[in-house]
Every structure is written in structure tokens, then in C-alpha cells.
Design a protein around this ligand. Sequence first.
Ligand code: ADP
Ligand code: MG
Length: 479
Amino acid sequence: MLREDYEAVMGLEVHAELSTKTTIFCACPTNFGASPNTQTCPICMAMPGTLPVLNEKVVEYAVKAGLATGCDISRDSKNDRKNYFYPDLPKSYQISQYDKPLCEHGKIEIETSEGKKTIGITRIHIEEDAGKLNHDEFGGGSLVDLNRAGVPLIEIVSEPDLRSTEEVELYLKKLKSVLEYIEVSDCKMQEGSFRADVNVSVRKKGDSKLGTRTEMKNMNSFRSITRAIEYEIDRQIDVIENGGKIEQETLRWDEVSGKTFSMRDKEDAQDYRYFPDPDLVAIKLSEEYIENIKKTLPELPESRKQRYLEEYKLSEKDANIITSSKYLSDLFEGAIEVCNNPKAVNNWIISDISRILNETETEPIEIPFDSNQLGKLVILIDKGTISSSIGKKVLEELFENPRDPEEIIKEKGWIQISDEGEIKEIVLKILEENPQSIADYKAGKDRALGFLVGQAMKQTKGKANPQMLNKMFLEELKK
Ligand code: ADP
Ligand code: MG
């Protein structure tokens, strides 16, 4: 059979670390990057005799995530023990949720190149993160850091509704942006705050039964997810085409070789011996509690997008890019408040800011300057204090060392030359240096004017006012 006769099926389990101040069952801080084992206590280190107490904020954040993704919220939920042994899990069980998750039956809408599509969310449950093993590169063994043990997570399980890497990426981006908007997770992928277990299977087109899936755990970059899925689809088709059978197993994606490797046979639920955690009480939520959380939901990306289309007349494409991230969207709205020029702010975000983010592999949340500084940059250009090419240099400065744009241009001497006398001096000098261009212009080659303006901009390092240059060159050339 041909490759085109196969269809790929993906389902994702996304783990997002919640941005609560303290852990899920004790009161340790959740800050990322602290020295190993400095944010631990007897509870998260699983000392005998300690008891967990559920952090209410975790329930609130999970319910918020459920409401924002159209889930039904369970009034009657509980915590279960998922038993397995691993050195980063000192209790030898993880407190999670099994048959009564907090949220179920939700959905996320994505816009693919072939139109809108709804991806089902099976469930969202709460659980604790495990610690972290640091493997000594010199072969001296592994060291455990329990700072992360007990950091609250929500796990968002999708239906196997995804059919391509494009859909997977769109789904992840949409989900990430929703979680950012409702401010339950910072979703920093490099810090592991937003990571996905990717399940992949293939089947013959037209088959109604799903193929056997493999699972790649803890993926935290869009690029590796795409590469890993593509590799895994090809591998599975090859196995089937060669008369083999896909084993249900957990795989490890290796970024360097660009291949997947078998880690272990896939466990089934029964392997975990789930049972209700006897140390914790049931989670019973009142209507009023859920209603109150509903009231705190902010405007979500879809509605912001509609507003941008109508209020600011953005193109669909630009509105999609800006609202894809809460941080970009806040930056956009904040800067408009300062400079009242939506079109210019839109352009900065879509072109130069997006380009720099891409080139430096930076996420919007890490943009070091604020909306006030971006707004002021736009004002400086609008007032003619600097040219737009100097504006680009100011933007680069804002990324390097953010401060008031006005200060930057003073300090760097980037203020635009708009003094008639000074402009005239430059024009005369450039004309004297380029007699050929004068001759060309007089012979009807209009392009010569552009060349002269370009030379003047070059000599003044972009500081001369381009409109004034144009006008004065013309005056001189016509003499
Ligand atoms: P487990 O924790 O055992 O991995 P879950 O039910 O929590 O099981 O998650 C299973 C994930 O795998 C879901 O996201 C689901 O959509 C996806 N999935 C299930 N069957 C398939 C399949 N045949 N092909 C691709 N994905 C699948
Ligand atoms: Mg899984």
C-alpha cells in the first residue's frame, strides 16, 4: 500500500505546571531554578507520618481551565494514588485523579488550512509533579532534586482527533494561549511548564478502528514534536508494510539522531493499582463556587480577535498572530493606549518584534520591554523625532537593555536631523560627490534621486529626515 493510503492519528496529554505560589499538598514555594532541594519539606520528601493537605488554589485553577475549554465541571471529585516506583518519586505513588477528574468533555477550536476544526478534550485532572533526576555526565551516578516534587499540574487529555502535525501544533498553541490568558500557568516550554505526551498511531484510510499507538513522553518544543511525529508515522507505516505489528509502548525521542527509541512496554491503568487516597477528603464543589470562578474568566483569545477585526480593522492573519499570545495581545493594547496608533503598533509586532522573537527563539512572555516603551517608540516616529530605520535600532536596544526610548536616542545621538541648514549641507555634499547621478537625473533617469537620498541616509547613519532630503534634492536638481 502507498503511504498516502494511511492516515495518522494523534492524541495528546499535556501537562501544565500551575502558577500557584505554593505546592499542591504542602506549603513549599514553586519557584523555578532554585538550588537543589532547598524548596522541600517533610511532606514533599515523603517522610513517614506526614499528611498532605490540598491547596485550594489548585482546584480553582483547574476549574478555570475547564471552564475556559468548555468542560463540564464535576461537583464530586477526588484524589487517587497512582502507584509506581521511580527514584524521583519518594512516596512511590503519585497523587493524581483517576475515575473522577475535575473536568470532562471539553473542546478546543483550531483553524487549519482546510478550515475550522474542533478537538475534543477528554478530561482535565490535577496531580503533583515528580522531582527531577540529574544524571552526572561523568558517570558518577544520578542525583535527585525534589524541588519540583509537589508542584501542581493539570493534565489535559485530548481525544484522538488530531490528524496531522499541523493540527497538533495548532492545538498545542491554542491550548497554551488559553492557559496563558486565564493566567493559570506561565506555560514556559523551556522550563517544562508546558509539555506534552504525544500518542501516535496509523491506520488505513477509511478504517473505523484505531491503530495501536505509541507514546512519546515529555516533549517540550514544537519543532521536536513535529519531527518526532513525522518520524514515528513513517516508522509505523514501514513496520506494517513489512508485515510487522506495532507494539504499544513508550518511546523516547532523540533530538540528535532524529529517531525514537523504545523505553518500556506501555503500562495499562491496572498496572498502577489506582485507589482513592485515604489521606485526602473528597473534593465537593458547590454551584456557587463554580459560578464565582466563571465570573473571574477574562476575555479569551477568540473574543479579543473579533474585537481587533472590528475596532482596529486588523487583518484576520495579523489578529490571529497577536491574539495567539496573551503577552503579545497585552503589549498591543497597552502600546495603543500610549500612542493611539493601532496600525503602527500592529506593524511593529507582526514584523520586527516577531522576527526578533523567531531569530532569538524567545517566547512573547520573555519580551523584556513593556507596552509603554513600545508606545513611546511609535510616538517618536510619528512626531518625526526619529526615522523608522532608526526606530528599528531603538527596538533592538529595547530587546537588549530596555529603557525609555527617548533616553536611548539621546544617549546614542540618534535624533533625526530635521534642520533645514544641516539637511542642505548634506544634500550639497552628496551632489558634489555624485556628478554622474546629476547627469543621470537630468537625462530622465528618476531612479538617480532614490540613489542620492540613499547615499545621504548612509552618510548620516539613517538620521537625516528622508522627506526633507527628497524635497531638497529635487529643488537642487531642478536648478
Ligand atoms: P494513558 O495515560 O494510558 O496514556 P490516557 O487515556 O490518559 O492514557 O491518554 C491516552 C491518550 O492517547 C489520549 O490523548 C488519547 O487521545 C490518545 N490515544 C488513544 N488511543 C490512540 C490511538 N489509537 N492513536 C493515537 N492516539 C491515541
Ligand atoms: Mg499517556
